[in-house]
Design a protein around this ligand. Structure first.
Ligand code: 6GU
Length: 241
């Protein structure tokens, strides 16, 4: 999978050298490239923002540098599969105004060959950048939010999405079973986990886990998932009280 990131803070993405994503990059499974938006400006001050039409607080990111950056990045994709009628690139714009990011979205994005993260700052990117990118053949634009809170820019959100998507790319996680047994994959939260010692600071591991009855353990774990989900995330359950 190829991932391009456009940002005015390339140094945020140093963390992508670490851990699972870092290993996947070294092995060639993930090809991640970070681009400085200011490299696509032409004025002496490398200006990327301006005041909003219609007034209001804050600054808006100018369309021209974004247009040139996406021209350069999406031209590569255009040449790779010129005859493919389907979507070849998905441009993700992290934004608190986007639709919510979910495990389902992560699974879907893990099947795409080329992801482009357009990280905005200030009050956002001129809307025409997204509208124009969506008119390009083979390009889909998705504005996506991490949740109902506000970050200063899309960088931290992009890193979270890259980790969530990257670990679902085939070959990334050593044991694929660990992908299906976790929170959100079956619509429930994960059951609690324990390891040795069986007694620690007066807290015992639940006896059922020590008995070796695999059917009973599976049933107990499912009950724990349902109980935990009801307690902390009742909105995830089909019939809410
Ligand atoms: Cl994806 N971006 C920004 N800037 N703020 C957010 C967000 C994204 N998700 C929640 N807050």
């Amino acid at each position: 999978m190829r991932i391009d990131i456009v940002t005015i803070f390339p140094e945020f993405f140093g963390v992508l050298d670490v851990s699972l994503v870092g290993k996947a990059r070294q092995s060639g499974l993930l090809d991640v490239r970070v681009h400085d938006l200011r490299d696509y400006t032409h004025d002496r001050h490398r200006t990327v923002d301006d005041t909003p039409y219609g007034g209001g607080a804050g600054m808006v990111m100018k369309p021209e540098p974004w247009g040139e950056a996406l021209d350069a990045i999406l031209a590569v994709a255009d040449q790779t599969e010129p005859q493919d009628p389907g979507v070849s690139s998905v441009v993700i714009v992290p934004s608190p105004a986007g639709r919510p990011f979910t495990q389902k979205e992560a699974r879907d994005l893990a099947t795409v060959d080329h992801l482009v993260f357009a990280c905005g700052r200030y009050e956002g990117i001129d809307q025409r950048v997204m509208d124009h990118a969506a008119t390009r053949p083979g390009v889909e634009v998705r504005e996506i939010s991490l949740g109902d809170y506000v970050l200063n820019g899309g960088e931290v959100a992009a890193i979270a999405m890259i980790e969530a998507v990257g670990r679902l790319v085939p070959g990334m996680v050593g044991n694929p079973e660990s992908l299906t047994e976790e929170s959100h994959e079956d619509g429930l939260l994960e059951y609690p986990s324990y390891t040795k010692p069986s007694a620690w600071r007066g807290h015992e591991v639940p006896a059922i886990l020590l008995g070796g009855n695999h059917g009973a353990i599976a049933a107990w774990r499912h009950d724990q998932q349902v109980e935990r989900t009801r307690r902390v995330r009742p909105d995830l359950l089909p019939d809410q009280p």
